[in-house]
Design a binder for this molecule. Structure first.
Ligand SMILES: C[S@@+](CC[C@H](N)C(=O)[O-])C[C@H]1O[C@@H](n2cnc3c(N)ncnc32)[C@H](O)[C@@H]1O
Length: 358
């Protein structure tokens, strides 16, 4: 029963030690403030470049109405155009006068954030290049048009690694054993990190102790990487290499499955985890499903960039993908949590690690 529980109150009574643990992992990436600035400059630069190449800023040297812009460039997806223009107006790149858009001069330097590898940059460049198509009503598929090697490389990146570790530390979940679901497991590198953690702590061993871990993703190509490369991923992450016996008998199961329609019965899992996934989905529906498959008292946790800390220029990039609902705010997340009957929810850090108790 939630009626007497103030979820916000619970957030503020969060234990400081958990927050420290979450921060401790994140700051290994460097100065989070300046990293966030560089990331913003990167995504902003991409948008300014691509819209500049389209000729939009030259066109806006004179005041233009929304409909004029839409017609001039054949931008038929007016909802997305409105989002894009709103981001530019809110950031002061273009101005709005009497419901007309106008631009003065644009000065911006696109930076390459130190933690972005070539693969990460490549992925986001492809999204950026697709934005004009998206404005004309077209969509990408998640891995459509991408070199899969880039996704594999990106998700093994130190940035994703530290973000995951921050969530593991904050939730305290890996200290406990239980049936585990990794929603949106992608190439399975995070799943391998979870498995490796349990292995290092003796919870998976040659005496027949296993932990049931299942990874689901709706992208078959990424899942195939997870299946094919799991053994090599854990070997890469572990000093003390697991025996072939363990690797043959106690590996996660990777299945095709949708976050908005999780293919398991109610109350199946002790732990349900989603890292950097919800914004690719209809987040409220995905949270509802994660809640449904979690056992009463079980824990849902993960990472999710939330407004006001989330980056709107980044959001324009990934919203080129069909089904990506986009970033949302902490208030949205807490409101949905309340609506779907969550007992407790808390979060920490600007990247946002969260923990929910059913
Ligand atoms: C940024 S990746 C994160 C992967 C993984 N959680 C990690 O930390 O490495 C996002 C993942 O969400 C998956 N995804 C996107 N929409 C999904 C949906 N509706 N249902 C299940 N998975 C989805 C993508 O295929 C991709 O693997």
């Amino acid at each position: 029963m939630l009626s007497s529980l103030s979820i916000e109150e619970d957030y503020w009574s969060d234990k400081m030690i958990d927050k420290y643990k979450a921060w401790y992992e994140l700051i290994k990436l460097g100065n989070i403030g300046s990293l966030r600035k560089d990331i913003n400059d990167f995504f902003k630069g991409n948008i300014l470049n691509i819209m500049g190449e389209e000729g939009v800023f030259d066109y806006l040297v004179e005041e233009r109405e929304f409909e004029e812009i839409s017609k001039q460039f054949n931008y038929t997806d007016t909802e997305f155009l409105n989002e894009l223009l709103s981001v530019l107006v809110n950031d002061g790149v273009i101005a709005m006068k009497n419901n007309r858009y106008i631009v003065d001069t644009i000065e911006h330097e696109r930076k390459l954030p130190s933690i972005f590898t070539e693969a990460v940059i490549d992925i986001w460049n492809i999204h950026a290049q697709f934005i004009p198509n998206r404005l004309r009503g077209d969509f990408m598929e998640f891995t459509g048009g991408f070199n899969l090697f880039n996704w594999d490389d990106a998700l093994t990146n130190r940035m994703y690694g530290q973000i995951r570790k921050s969530a593991f530390a904050y939730s305290g979940v890996l200290k406990k054993s239980g049936k585990f679901l990794d929603v949106g497991c992608g190439t399975g590198y995070g799943t391998a990190a979870i498995w490796s953690y349990y292995y290092e702590n003796g919870k998976i061993n040659d005496n027949g102790s296993c932990i049931e871990i299942i990874g689901i993703d709706n992208d078959k190509q990424l899942l195939n990487i997870a299946i094919d490369e799991f053994s090599s991923m854990v070997k890469k992450q572990l000093k003390d290499k697991p025996t072939e016996n363990i690797l043959n008998n106690c590996v996660p199961e990777f299945l095709e499955g949708n976050a908005e329609q999780i293919p398991f019965d109610d109350n199946t899992f002790d732990f349900v985890y989603a890292s950097q996934v919800l914004h690719w989905t209809d987040a409220k529906q995905a949270m509802t499903e994660m809640m449904r498959v979690t056992k009463p008292g079980g824990i849902i946790f993960g990472t999710q960039n939330l407004y006001p800390n989330a980056n709107p220029y980044n959001e324009l990039h990934f919203k080129t993908v069909r089904g990506a609902g986009g970033f949302f705010s902490k208030n949205d997340m807490y409101r949905w949590a309340k609506e779907i009957g969550v007992k407790k929810i808390k979060n920490a850090t600007p990247i946002t690690v969260f923990k929910i108790i059913k």
